[in-house]
Design a protein around this ligand. Sequence first.
Ligand code: NGO
Length: 529
Amino acid sequence: MTSVSRRQALRSIAGTGLLWAGTGASRAQRDGGAPSDDALTVVPRPAEMAPTRAAYEITDETTIMFDGSGAFHVATALADLLRPATGFELPVDRPTGSGTDTISLTLDGAPPTLGDEGYRLGVTDSGVTIRAAEPAGLFWGVQTLRQLLPPSVEADSERAGPWTVPGVQIRDAPRFDYRGVHLDVARHFFDVDAVKQYIDYLAAYKINHFHMHLTDDQGWRLMIESWPRLATVGGGEGGYYTQAEFRDLVRYAADRSITLVPEIDVPGHTNAALASYGELNCDGQPTDLYTGTEVGFSSLCVDREETYEFFDDVIREVAALTPGPYVHIGGDEAEELSEAEYAQFMDRAVAIVQNYGKRPVGWYQVLNADPPESTVAQYWNPSRESSLLEAAADAGHELLMSPGSRAFLDIKYNEGTELGLSWPGFTSVRDAYTWDPGAYVDGVDESAVMGPEAPLWSETLETFDDVEFMLFPRLPAIAELGWSPADETDWSDFSERLAAQGPRWDILDVNFYRSPQVPWPGGERSGGI
Ligand code: NGO
């Protein structure tokens, strides 16, 4: 780590009295040598983190203890994570005996200041303790523990140890309650196993909302029982999720502390629906299926009652499938409609979502329809000026920040990137990291910002390898902006911790972009982007 980052670590800890208590001097000053924080390459950077001289080695004597209902499934997840590479039995048990040689996950005695997602993690010579108020906090603590272990812990077959956890005291909680990543499964379809893999990646970096863009001109990807042709016809050659498969994804995400946010994009971006049911078109005729990449050419017929019956049925089914609070209704690029027609449709669409007990989310154009204050608007314009957004924040709307030139993961890294689009320019790893979601749009205060979200659109992404190439290494960049304190986000420190993720991705066989901006182990920096 750089001296800058070490200084930052000490400063943040000094501010909270977490460690080095009572002397007014750092341990480095006291005994002439600080414990090294070189092994502490955790991403996102924990809010407070202090290395100690302790170290705990996980062995075949180690037990995973859990305390408190809701801790069991996290303990099981940890065991599942550690068993393949270590080859150890790692029994999962309630607290018994001496409490030594344990990794202990407890919901007992956590200070309320940790919130719903915060945790404390402490390492002594005899074990590791993770303490949180809620299971989500324990789960994020486990993700931190995972990154404290050698990269080979990611292997799916037995590797040589030792499995040493370096000494550290961590107190951690997220900056934003909403840390999102999106996947467009409409332009190209990704099957259940691929999406589960994607969810695993998000969980590793403490992303807590997964936004699925389920419908667009090119495909309708979710079976709606009351309008089955949407999927069977509108799914085209790509395919769709049955409701059972989709429920499985919702559950898989929830098991990893991730809320699924389903998006049904209306009234534009609807050619797949318009091709499935003629009555959704003003002339009553179904359109042809579409596989191109143009946007803005399609619209539901806002003057037909069938349109609202359709939307009501769809939202009823989607709301029943997803226990999370949000339903996203798109609202972007409805270029076929006048402003009045757009507002006429959106007024009713938003009311339908609310009627099924959900909170509407829309791309920021939804604000043109003056929706109720509870509607969340997702900013995606690359510009830092938006009178629309400023006014919305003043009026009490909450906002998601997905600026096209920073957070869109489908944008090319540079002119040499074969995949992706470049409508807002290029987005290097450094560009994805060096912006502040709480202060991006002029005149919008952080208090109005729910958090950052990184969309991954799939016009150019045909395979899961393609998805991985655009996701990594920018996913951890956005994840850290969402999680870590603003004054702890430093590019040079981050790029070094990011570099340490590379060997993990190699073991997991992730097809990541080896950006020359990042000092990957064993690699030379070439000065490119
Ligand atoms: C825009 C458009 C999407 C494209 C994407 C490509 C939004 C919100 N609508 O973002 O349809 O796929 O750009 O980057």
